[in-house]
Write a protein that binds this ligand. Structure first.
Ligand SMILES: Cc1cc2nc3c(=O)[nH]c(=O)nc-3n(C[C@H](O)[C@H](O)[C@H](O)COP(=O)(O)OP(=O)(O)OC[C@H]3O[C@@H](n4cnc5c(N)ncnc54)[C@H](O)[C@@H]3O)c2cc1C
Length: 398
C-alpha cells in the first residue's frame, strides 16, 4: 500500500495538514506533499474535500486462499511445562475455529514434551503437532522458526495465534517475515468474517485512544499475538478426543547460531503479577509514595500481588515491573483492587478482564466505577487501613 496526492485535484487548501497525527504533510507550491513517516492511517484522505489524496491498496491476491485451512495455536512452554497463555489461546481459537468450520490445531515444540499434548486436547485442540528434538529443548528463534515455517508451508493453516510474551514477541515477527504475511501484535479481541475467512484483529491504536480492527485479506496465514490473560481458557475436559501427530525432524539441518549454555531463573520475593489471583493496585490517588505501604499491607494480608498505575510508576513511587495497563502488564486476577486509580483507558486495557473489580476513589464520577463490581467512594488513605483491619479479623491474621 502507498499514499498518493492527486496533484490535479489538490488546491493547496491546507485542510489536510492539521489532520495528520504525525505532522508530516506540508503544502509546497499550493500542493500537498506527504513526507516520510506516513503509516497510512487515512486521516488526510477522509479530510480532503477534493478527493485529492488516495491510498493505493494492493488488492491483488497472490495466493490461493482456499488452500489454507485451520486455526493454529503456538503452545508455548518453558522447561517442559505449558504456559497458561497456550490454554487461553486455545479457548479463543476454539471459538474462531467453530465459527469458520475449521479444525483447531496446537503446535508443541520441545524435548521430551509429548506428555503435554493430551492437555492441549483436553483444553480444546482437535489435533496437536509435536516436534521433539534436543535442539528444541530451550526456545531459540532460529530453530523454532525453522520447524514452524516448514510445517506451515506443508500444512497451510489459515490463522496462527501466539502469546504476546517475550517468546511470542520474538518468534511471531520472524515467522511472519519468512512466510511473507502480516502480523498484528498485542490484540485485545479477535473475531472472524466467516464469508471471507478473514481474521478481525482488534488492538489499541494511537496511544490507546481508539481501537483499530486490522485485516490481512491478501495473504495467508493470518498471524496475531495476544497478551496473556486477555482470553479465558476452556475448562479441562479429559473426555475430549484429538489426534497427536509427531513431526518428522530426522532430515532437519539445524540453523544453530546460538547455543544455550545455562538457564538461570531469576529469584523474586514477590508474587508474579500476571499469575496472581488477587492484586491490590495503587495510583496517584494515594497522594504520597509512603502510602504504598497501605497497598502492600492489604496485598500481604490477602496473599496477593501489588500493582500500580503508570502515574504512580512515572512518579517513581514504585518500580515499572508493577505497572498494569497498555504499556505495563495485562492481568486477570479473581479480585483487583484499584486504589486511587482514575480508570484511564490505558490502565483499564490491562485489568478489565479481572473477575471482580473493587474501586476506591474519592471522585464518584471516576471512570473506574463504570467497570467496577464494587465501588467505594472516599479517601483511599482512610479506607485501605479499614479494609486491611477487617480482612485481618476475618482471616484470623494478627
Ligand atoms: C501511550 C500511553 C500508554 C499508557 N499506558 C498506561 C499503562 O500501561 N498503565 C496506566 O496505568 N496508565 C497508562 N497510561 C497513562 C494513563 O493515561 C493515565 O495517565 C494513568 O493511568 C493515570 O494514573 P492514575 O489513575 O493513578 O492517576 P490520575 O489520573 O491522577 O487519577 C488519580 C485518581 O485518584 C483519585 N484520588 C485522588 N486522591 C484520592 C484520595 N485521597 N482517595 C481516593 N481517591 C483519590 C482521583 O479522583 C483520580 O480519579 C498511558 C498513557 C499513554 C498516553
Amino acid at each position: 500500500m502507498s499514499i498518493k496526492v492527486l496533484v490535479d485535484k489538490c488546491y493547496g487548501c491546507k485542510v489536510c495538514v492539521p489532520s495528520c497525527p504525525f505532522g508530516i504533510i506540508e503544502v509546497i507550491d499550493k500542493k500537498a506533499v506527504i513526507k516520510d513517516g506516513c503509516n497510512l492511517c487515512g486521516a488526510c484522505v477522509s479530510t480532503c474535500k477534493f478527493n485529492a489524496i488516495e491510498i493505493v491498496r494492493d488488492t491483488k491476491t497472490t495466493i490461493d486462499k482456499s488452500l489454507y485451512n485451520g486455526v493454529w495455536v503456538f503452545a508455548e512452554s518453558r522447561e517442559g511445562k505449558l504456559a497458561n497463555v497456550a490454554y487461553e489461546l486455545l479457548g479463543e481459537g476454539r471459538k474462531l475455529a467453530d465459527q469458520l468450520g475449521e479444525p483447531l490445531v496446537a503446535i508443541l515444540l520441545g524435548d521430551n514434551i509429548e506428555s503435554e499434548a493430551s492437555k492441549l486436547i483436553a483444553h480444546g485442540a482437535d489435533k496437536v503437532f509435536v516436534a521433539e528434538a534436543p535442539e528444541l529443548k530451550y526456545f531459540l528463534e532460529d530453530t523454532y522458526t525453522q520447524v514452524i515455517v516448514d510445517l506451515v508451508n506443508k500444512e497451510k493453516p489459515n490463522i496462527i495465534l501466539m502469546g504476546a510474551t517475550a517468546i511470542g514477541r520474538s518468534l511471531a515477527p520472524k515467522i511472519a517475515a519468512r512466510l511473507e504475511t502480516g502480523l498484528t501484535a498485542d490484540c485485545t479481541n479477535l473475531d472472524v468474517d466467516v464469508a471471507e475467512k478473514n481474521l478481525l484483529q482488534t488492538r489499541p491504536a494511537f496511544g490507546g485512544n481508539l481501537m483499530a480492527t486490522i485485516l490481512c485479506p491478501n495473504h495467508r496465514p493470518q498471524m496475531a499475538t495476544v497478551r496473556p490473560k486477555v482470553f479465558k481458557p476452556l475448562a479441562f475436559d479429559a473426555a475430549r478426543n484429538g489426534e497427536i501427530v509427531k513431526v518428522d525432524l530426522s532430515k532437519m539441518t539445524w540453523d544453530l547460531r546460538v547455543k544455550i549454555l545455562e538457564v538461570v531463573n531469576e529469584v523474586g520475593n514477590s508474587v508474579n503479577l500476571e499469575e496472581a489471583n488477587i492484586i491490590v493496585a495503587g495510583g496517584r490517588g494515594l497522594c504520597d509514595p509512603k502510602n504504598f505501604a497501605m497497598v502492600e499491607e492489604l496485598a500481604a494480608v490477602l496473599g496477593g500481588a501489588v500493582g500500580a498505575s503508570r502515574a504512580a510508576v512515572d512518579a517513581g513511587w514504585i518500580p515499572y515491573s508493577h505497572q498494569v495497563g497498555q504499556t505495563g502488564k495485562t492481568v486477570g486476577p479473581k479480585v483487583y483492587f484499584a486504589c486511587g486509580i482514575h480508570g484511564a483507558i490505558q490502565h483499564m486495557a490491562g485489568m478489565q478482564s479481572s473477575d471482580i473489580i473493587i474501586a476506591i476513589n474519592k471522585n464518584p464520577d471516576a471512570p473506574i466505577f463504570k467497570i467496577a463490581t464494587y465501588g467505594i467512594v472516599g479517601d483511599v488513605r482512610e479506607i485501605l487501613p479499614l479494609l486491611t483491619k477487617e480482612f485481618k479479623k476475618a482471616l484470623g491474621v494478627a
